[in-house]
Every structure is written in structure tokens, then in C-alpha cells.
Design a protein around this ligand. Structure first.
Ligand code: ZN
Length: 655
């Protein structure tokens, strides 16, 4: 009885504390968030506001002390009207019981039904005016949705409460505008727990103080944050800190705070041994770690492996027993791809999951070399072939399908890396980061960055790999004909898939001679195409796409006539590919009949730099590789001349 009395006194007491108006400082940028004016598709409520600040107070004392799942809370919402039409109503998503809504201590009328809290404002607000409200609520649901509670058991070593909300369950633990497109400029968490408990949250611990039997944790995230990345975890945790020194000025030390139950702490020290190395890897490839701290909160049970909450990932306790290194790398990579740059709508989920999955393999390459990277990508491709549900990675019916959002997403990035080459690919990621930092991006945004960086329209690539389901089906054959001491290889390639007319990709062919081999790249942009090469050595075999870059089905059909597409109708000199390029590019040309062909490279002043072709060739489509590793950056021209044809094209070398 005594205990119970104490609890109810504390409940009343903390209710009073919730009502006190302690003014925490807030900051937000007073400028129009243009990105926010884009329409959002993942929320049904009318939305005329840009959220600037959430201050979320929750009292989990009784939850953790006496397994009472009902908790009171308060959220302060600061928002700016960003519609042209003045408004006297304000909307939030909420599956909570709302006790009152206040503006400057005046009660406002509201309705709260079907997951929508509609607040009647005290007057009409017009564009750019600030609305500052306090909403007193209680979570009266007793189910695990958005908010989870597990009492101490064999798998839950201490009473445990946490939030887990991706994609749209934040509205089950605090009233909010629950959409990935709208980040609050900053956010504060004020969490009441029994004094022997620890509450983790986003950003930095601003205050921690104890009143009686209650400890209050105040976490402040000064960076923009979207609702699904806000998280609290509370239990009787031990914590250890690792320090990582950023590779970028001003070379700050970033704390990595690891929270786990006492019995798991040694295991956690071991499993977290590489977090700093992972940070170094991702800082090298993706730029400076974008937040003030990082960390892990360990939970069990958990329906997921890990969740990339901003600055503090939630991880399943079984990662400590199974040494889940790649899961840890995955969640960390999300801090760049997901948290810093957030998918603007859930249709764009592959921008989060594909990138984080790709990052696991990039970390593998960083620590174990390129062959480990390739074998991991091959394993992902095999998984995709087995479990492909037949829909595109853009706007998937199942958001978290492993074969699509994760594996095909990663494989598409691997193909993009292959098509662009490493320097343009990583430059693209840096440009994407720089353009959309602390904001949100759509698939079209990413496509535009790729096109801008490459200096070429990449719509074809996104149409075939991102917006379309499935993958190409190739059949091919090759033949060698001998002409005196020369060996002419003709490689015939045909696409037979029915869902998409032509996949345009560079295709590598590994040509094996008796005692050596060479790999050439051809540009496949037709449903049926032949490629002709001349070698001085006899050819034993040709391997199609030897590194398995392309997601595909492919088989050789020796009955195919390789010469069927081999007689071009006209002379043609095509634009080199890639362009601009670093070191190597491919020049393609066609001749309709036997002719003398010369192709030469000139600099801007018309000085001849290099002879690429000079001799008599049979009719055919040819591809030659220009190796410019000895040349300096700049603009060059290449000219093709035959007896009756002349054409010049420009190419750009960037080193
Ligand atoms: Zn993920």
C-alpha cells in the first residue's frame, strides 16, 4: 500500500512538472523551406505548415516502475504557416488521447478522431506566421505500436521501454506531423524515468537531474530531424563511450555512446570494436560525419535487426551475441543516407535502404578488398534472382522487401558505380550529400545529381533499373574468323526480355587467348547488336560480363548467327563513352563497307596527339578504347576519316 501511495504521489507530481513552463531555448531558420512546398504523398492530412521545433516530454516513470503502459506527455510544436491561404486550423497526426491544447496558456478547442488532431487556432494565421502550441496528451493504448514496453524476463534483462516508428508510427507515441518530408529544424526530448534507469535520445544530453525518485533526461538534437528518426529507449543500462576523431576540420571528437544491460557490457565492448573504423570508412567515401554524437541502444525483443535513429541506432540484443558487424555498419551508413539526406516520400525508400546496404559492401571492400566486395554483391544478386517479387525499387508495394529496397537497391548503385567509374560515382554521392544535407530527396533529385555530375542525361539508367521491375535477359554468341595473321572476333548480343524494350548498358567482354586475356567494354544500346574486334592472337573463349556487374539472365546460344546484325547501313562516328572521362573512354564507329579508316586525336590547337586507327577495315560496328592516362586534363577532338566520310567529335578529359 505504501509503495502504491508513493507512486500515485509521484504521478501527480510529475503531472505538475509536465505543466510547468520551463522555457528551453530553441533555434530555427527563419527562411522559407522551398523543398517543403513539394507535395507529399505519404500523409493524408492537409498540411499547411513547416514544423520548426518539437519539444516532447514523456513521463515513463510508472511504465518502468510498475509496468503501467499508460503514460502522460506533452509536446510543444512550433510551426510556420507556409501556405498562401490564411488558416485558422492546425492539424497533426495522433492516435493518442488529447487532454488539452494551449497557446500562451489559453485553451484551444480541438477534435481528435481517426488519427487526426484538428486544433482550432485563436485567430487566422497567414503565410510565414509562427504558431507555438502545447499539447497535453496521454498514451492510453496498451498495445506495442510506436511505443513498446517489455517487463523484465529471460530475454529482457531489465524493464524496457522504447519507441520504434518507421515508417509512420510516431503518431502512436506523440502527436506530430508524421511524414518524412518535413523535418523539424531542431527537437528536444524530456524523459521522466525512475532514478536507477537511463533514457537515451537523439542529439546531446543537455541536462540530467533527479527530483526525489525520478530522473529527468533532456536530449537536444540541434540538427533537422524527421519524426520516424526520433527515438527514446529507457532501461537500466550500463554505458561505455568510444571516441572517434573526425577526419575533417575542425577534427572534432565524436562520442560513440553504447548502451546495453550490465551483463552484456563486455560483449558489447567487443562487438563495437570496429565502429570507429566504420566511421572512418564512411567519412572517406561520404564526407564528414554529420551529427554531434553517435551510439547504440540495445533492446530485446525487437522485430528488426537495427534501426538508424538519428545519432543513436537501436539494435537487437542478438547482434551482441552474433557479432553483427555489417548490421552495425548498415545503421551507421544510414546516418548519411536516411538521416542526413532523408527519403522525401516512402516511394523513395531505396534511397535509404539501397544506400545503406551498398555501404555494408563498401565497408567490406575497405577492410577486405575488392574481391570481398564483389562476392558480397554476387550473393545479393543471387538472393534477388531467387526472391524477386517482380516490382520496381521505386514505389514498392512492400517498403522493406529485402530483395528490392535493400539488395536490388544496392546492386543498382553497384551498376551506377560501374557505369560512371569510381571518381564520378563518389563525386556524385558527395554532390548529392551537399545538395540535400539535413533535408530530403526524391529519386528524381538523385537522378538529376547523377546527370549533372556525369554531364549526361541518366534518365535511361533510372528508367530501366529504378522505375521498371526485373532485369534484362540476354542471349549471345561469338565467332572468330581468321584473315592472314589477324583474328576477327564478332560478338552478337540480343535482349529477349518482354517487359522493357532495350536496356542500355556498357557490357564487358573478357577475351581469353591461349596464354593471356583482355577485357573490352562495348556499349549495348540496341536490342540486337554485333561488335567486331581484331586481335593478333587466336581466341579461346569470350566471357560475357565477367565481373557480374549487370543484374541479368544471360546464356550463350551457339546456333545464333553472329553476323546477322553486322552490316551497318551508313558511316557513323559516335560520341565517346563515358564523357567526360578519367583516363579511359570508348569510341564507337561503323562502316558499311570495306574502307580505309583513320581516327586521330587532336588538342584544342589542332595539334595531332594520337593515332587511334589507321588502316583498312571490313564493314562492321567497331569499339576502340582511348587510353588517355598520359594526357593532361582538357578538351580534345577526335576525327574519323575514310575515303568518303569525315566526322569530328569533342571529348573532355578530367583527372
Ligand atoms: Zn536500413
Amino acid at each position: 500500500m505504501k509503495l502504491k501511495l508513493t507512486f500515485s504521489l509521484i504521478f501527480i507530481y510529475t503531472h505538475i512538472v509536465l505543466s510547468q513552463n520551463f522555457e528551453y531555448p530553441i533555434t530555427y531558420e527563419c527562411k522559407n523551406d522551398l523543398r517543403f512546398l513539394k507535395s507529399s504523398s505519404s500523409n493524408t492530412i492537409t498540411h499547411d505548415f513547416d514544423i520548426l521545433y518539437y519539444e516532447i516530454t514523456v513521463n515513463w516513470y510508472n511504465v518502468l516502475k510498475s509496468s503501467d503502459r499508460i503514460y502522460p506527455g506533452k509536446v510543444r510544436v512550433v510551426a510556420r504557416v507556409d501556405t498562401l491561404i490564411s488558416t485558422n486550423q492546425f492539424y497533426l497526426n495522433s492516435y493518442l488521447t488529447i487532454d488539452s491544447v494551449k497557446k500562451s496558456n489559453n485553451q484551444l478547442n480541438f477534435t481528435n478522431s481517426n488519427g487526426v488532431l484538428t486544433i482550432n487556432l485563436d485567430r487566422t494565421y497567414s503565410q510565414n506566421e509562427i504558431i507555438d502550441l502545447e499539447i497535453y496528451f496521454r498514451r492510453t493504448r496498451t498495445d506495442n505500436r510506436g511505443f513498446y514496453y517489455y517487463p523484465k524476463s529471460s530475454q529482457t534483462l531489465e524493464n524496457l521501454a522504447y519507441t520504434m516508428t518507421e515508417p509512420s508510427d510516431a503518431r502512436y507515441w506523440f502527436p506530430c506531423y508524421d511524414d518524412p518530408s518535413n523535418k523539424a529544424d531542431s527537437m528536444r526530448l524530456i524523459i521522466f524515468v525512475p532514478k536507477d534507469f537511463v533514457a537515451t535520445g537523439n542529439g546531446l544530453l543537455e541536462r540530467k537531474y533527479t527530483i526525489g525518485d525520478t530522473t529527468i533526461f533532456v536530449w537536444f538534437e540541434r540538427h533537422p530531424i524527421t519524426t520516424y528518426l526520433i527515438a527514446i529507449t529507457a532501461s537500466k543500462y550500463s554505458m561505455f563511450v568510444q571516441n572517434y576523431t573526425s577526419k575533417y576540420p575542425p577534427f572534432e571528437t565524436i562520442e560513440i555512446q553504447n548502451y546495453q544491460w550490465q551483463a552484456d557490457s563486455l560483449r558489447s565492448v567487443y562487438v563495437m570494436r570496429n565502429t570507429g573504423l566504420m566511421m572512418e570508412c564512411f567519412e572517406i567515401y561520404y564526407g564528414k560525419y554529420p551529427f554531434d554524437k553517435y551510439g547504440h541502444s540495445t533492446v530485446s525483443p525487437f522485430s528488426y535487426g537495427g534501426m538508424e535513429h538519428q545519432t543513436i541506432s537501436t539494435i537487437h540484443r542478438n547482434w551482441l551475441t552474433s557479432d553483427g558487424q555489417y548490421g552495425i555498419a548498415h545503421e551507421l551508413a544510414h546516418q548519411w543516407w536516411g538521416d542526413l539526406v532523408t527519403c522525401e516520400t516512402w516511394k523513395d525508400i531505396w534511397l535509404n535502404e539501397g544506400f545503406a546496404t551498398f555501404s555494408e559492401d563498401l565497408y567490406k571492400e575497405f577492410t577486405q578488398g575488392k574481391s570481398a566486395y564483389f562476392s558480397s554483391m554476387n550473393a545479393r544478386a543471387n538472393y534477388y534472382y531467387n526472391y524477386n517479387p517482380g516490382y520496381a525499387i521505386y514505389n514498392p508495394p512492400q517498403l522493406f522487401n529485402g530483395a528490392i529496397s535493400y539488395y536490388k537497391g544496392a546492386l543498382v548503385l553497384n551498376m551506377l558505380r560501374y557505369v560512371l567509374g569510381d571518381s564520378l560515382f563518389f563525386q556524385t554521392l558527395m554532390n548529392y550529400r551537399n545538395q540535400f544535407s539535413y533535408s530530403t530527396a526524391t529519386t528524381e533529385d538523385f537522378k538529376n545529381v547523377v546527370s549533372q555530375t556525369a554531364g549526361e542525361d541518366f534518365s535511361y539508367f533510372f528508367n530501366q533499373w529504378v522505375y521498371q521491375p526485373d532485369h534484362p535477359v540476354y542471349i549471345y554468341n561469338w565467332k572468330v574468323t581468321q584473315n592472314q595473321n589477324k583474328y576477327n572476333l564478332t560478338f552478337y548480343l540480343k535482349q529477349t526480355q518482354t517487359h522493357y524494350s532495350v536496356y542500355k548498358m556498357p557490357v564487358e567482354l573478357k577475351i581469353q587467348f591461349p596464354s593471356s586475356d583482355t577485357t573490352v567494354r562495348v556499349w549495348n544500346n540496341q536490342r540486337e547488336q554485333s561488335f567486331t574486334f581484331e586481335f593478333n592472337d587466336t581466341i579461346n573463349s569470350v566471357i560475357f560480363d565477367p565481373q557480374n556487374y549487370i543484374l541479368k539472365q544471360a546464356s550463350r546460344d551457339i546456333s545464333l548467327d553472329v553476323f546477322q546484325d553486322n552490316i551497318p547501313q551508313k558511316f557513323e562516328l559516335l560520341q565517346n563513352y563515358p564523357n567526360p572521362f578519367n583516363s579511359q573512354t570508348m569510341i564507337r564507329f561503323s562502316i558499311p563497307g570495306k574502307d580505309f579508316v583513320s581516327i586521330k586525336l587532336f588538342d584544342l590547337n589542332g595539334n595531332e596527339i594520337k593515332t587511334l586507327v589507321n588502316g583498312e577495315l571490313n564493314s562492321g560496328n567497331y569499339s576502340i578504347t582511348l587510353d588517355a592516362s598520359q594526357l593532361s586534363s582538357g578538351v580534345y577532338f577526335y576525327t574519323m576519316k575514310t575515303n568518303s566520310f569525315k566526322s569530328t567529335k569533342k571529348l573532355v578529359l578530367i583527372k
